[in-house]
Design a protein around this ligand. Structure first.
Ligand code: ADP
Length: 525
């Protein structure tokens, strides 16, 4: 690798003096097609040299920008580049008189890449090796390492951003092997009146017309007095799979868990793990000699998967003391059910179960009700849907999930929704509702720790833990989501009923792959 590559580094003001004179390939380049004259090696003196960011390139490549591992380009960032040999780099890196982060601070980015390419540094461990003060450098160097592969060579100079991001919130919590972040446009629909309070509806989406369409629904709902919501359940679930030697022992264990005594013992063990986890129920089932227990618990303002997992583990320990032959196959045995379609969620609920209702004044009541029955109820029944009795609940829910740092994979069950519409006030107005039994949200933990997502939660007044009533912030967020879904349902169904969608699609040419002017999400519903 050393022999083949065209190696270069830039003389810059880096935070350490170069101890050794250059001993290998010294190359120079200018910013244009013609290379500048060779630099006088005495200027600056090697001992004064500082290394910062460098880039490795193949000789046949014409380098389009100054050689910086972050792809930055500026007239002062050109000229001379130098890379120490692998041997020298290893010597510096493995010097036992220094800590690893101190040694790495003495090496240029490109020299760290060289170490990684030769198996001396594990790319996934860069944050740990560099230390908490160099998290962005870890990301930059990882991009450079990955960019050395022909298949991924564009990463380093790509438009994937990585600078000015608070990686301290990411490391050990949100993501590993980080190479940047993905920005998603953030729009605001509404405001929408929910239980008498006006909320902006934050939506992170790349689906044109979605925000505008939801806003139109908000306006119609506000005109009728806004949305009222009820929370009819609040319990996150976990369903481990447990093996027993025989169906007989499994049945004994099931009977014990189902008994008042067993429940009390499991509950005490479960709740010993958290101030916020309050066990609500245990639902048991058997399949052969395997037993499933669906733990359902409140989780305060956290979405709760971590919390419930800890409690479940502890409760199973208590159970194990009673049934030493049992084997916990998996803490999650899919009886939960997390991130997969499942009837148990639709029937029993998971996370926050919310119903939102509103009256829409003076609208085309008959057409809307008919469409809702034929599409959302009968159409979905014909398709064998579980919880999909809606037009596009997942569109609105997922956009709000992304904006507020929720787990986007939980949109599977969280988007379960039944939309209902019926005439009211002697057929003058429309009474509509959405029933959403599984809105899985939190305002603490997970992606809610990220700065931008926290900013959105703050805007809604639900950031973090509720100071007096644990759980209230997460519940409010669930109510806002259900209400926004109702706005989205009303808007799309209204457009469909009025034939806007088809007409608009027929009448307007696609703009960049989609239609530009209708107020309906073109690929939705
Ligand atoms: P999750 O359980 O959703 O995966 P985390 O475990 O990341 O979430 O975050 C929950 C943590 O926050 C727990 O350690 C819990 O003790 C703490 N916490 C502090 N205040 C609250 C609150 N109001 N509701 C829930 N958890 C809280």
């Amino acid at each position: 690798m050393e022999a083949k590559a065209h190696l270069a580094f830039r003389w810059t003001e880096a935070p350490f003096p170069l101890q050794h004179p250059p001993t290998m390939d010294i190359h120079r380049r200018g910013s244009g097609d013609n290379p500048p004259p060779p630099p006088p090696l005495s200027q600056p003196a090697p001992s004064d040299l500082k290394l910062k960011q460098v880039r490795l390139a193949h000789p046949e490549q014409s380098l389009p920008s100054p050689p910086s591992s972050n792809g930055a380009s500026s007239p002062v960032e050109r000229d001379y580049f130098y890379l120490r040999s692998l041997k020298e780099c290893v010597e510096i890196y493995e010097d036992e008189n220094r800590g690893k982060s101190e040694s790495l601070a003495m090496l240029s980015d490109e020299e760290v890449v060289l170490l990684a390419d030769n198996g001396k540094v594990a790319p996934h461990a860069l944050e740990k090796l560099f230390g908490m003060n160099e998290l962005e450098r870890a990301v930059r160097v990882r991009r450079a390492i990955i960019s050395r592969s022909p298949a991924t060579k564009t990463l380093e100079s790509s438009s994937i951003p990585y600078e000015n991001y608070d990686y301290s919130r990411v490391i050990g919590a949100c993501c590993e092997n980080v190479v940047g972040y993905i920005p998603i446009p953030l729009g605001v629909a509404g405001p929408l009146n929910v239980n008498g309070t006006s909320f902006p509806i934050p939506m992170a989406t790349a689906e044109g017309t979605l925000v505008a369409s939801t806003s139109r629904g908000c306006k119609a709902l506000n005109a009728g007095g806004g949305v009222s919501t009820v929370l009819v359940g609040d319990a996150m679930t976990r369903g481990p799979a447990i093996d027993f030697p025989s169906i007989k022992v499994a049945a004994q264990a099931k009977a014990w868990v189902d008994s008042a005594e067993g429940y009390a013992e499991m509950k005490a063990a479960f709740e010993s793990t958290s101030r916020f986890a309050k066990l609500k129920s245990l639902k048991t089932a058997m399949a052969g000699r395997t037993m499933y227990i669906r733990f359902a618990t409140t989780t305060g303002d956290a979405m709760g998967m971590n919390m419930i997992s800890k409690g479940t583990e502890k409760a199973l320990d208590a159970m194990q003391a009673r049934f030493p032959s049992m084997v916990v196959l998996a803490l999650s045995g899919n009886y939960c059910t997390d991130k997969k379609p499942a009837a148990i969620n639709w029937i029993e609920g998971r996370g926050k179960s919310v119903v939102a209702e509103a009256t829409v004044l003076k609208t085309t009541v008959g057409g809307l009700c008919n469409l809702n029955v034929k599409k959302n109820l009968i159409g979905s029944a014909m398709a064998g849907s579980i919880g999909g009795f809606n037009a596009h609940a997942s569109n609105i829910l997922t956009a709000i999930f992304l904006a507020t740092g929720q787990d986007p994979a939980q949109n599977v069950e969280s988007s379960m929704c039944m939309t209902l519409m019926e005439p009211t006030n002697n057929g003058e107005d429309l009474l509509c509702s959405v029933t959403m039994p599984c809105i899985e949200v939190g305002t603490i933990g997970g992606g809610t720790v990220l700065a931008a997502q926290q900013g959105v939660l703050e805007m809604l007044g639900v950031k973090g833990a509720h100071p007096q009533q644990p759980g209230k912030n997460a519940q409010t967020l669930a109510r806002i989501i259900a209400s926004a879904v109702l706005a989205g349902e009303l808007s799309l169904l209204s457009a469909l009923a009025a034939g806007h969608l088809i007409k608009a699609h027929m009448a307007h040419k696609p703009l960049a792959g989609r239609h530009s002017c209708c107020l309906c999400p073109c690929y939705s519903g």
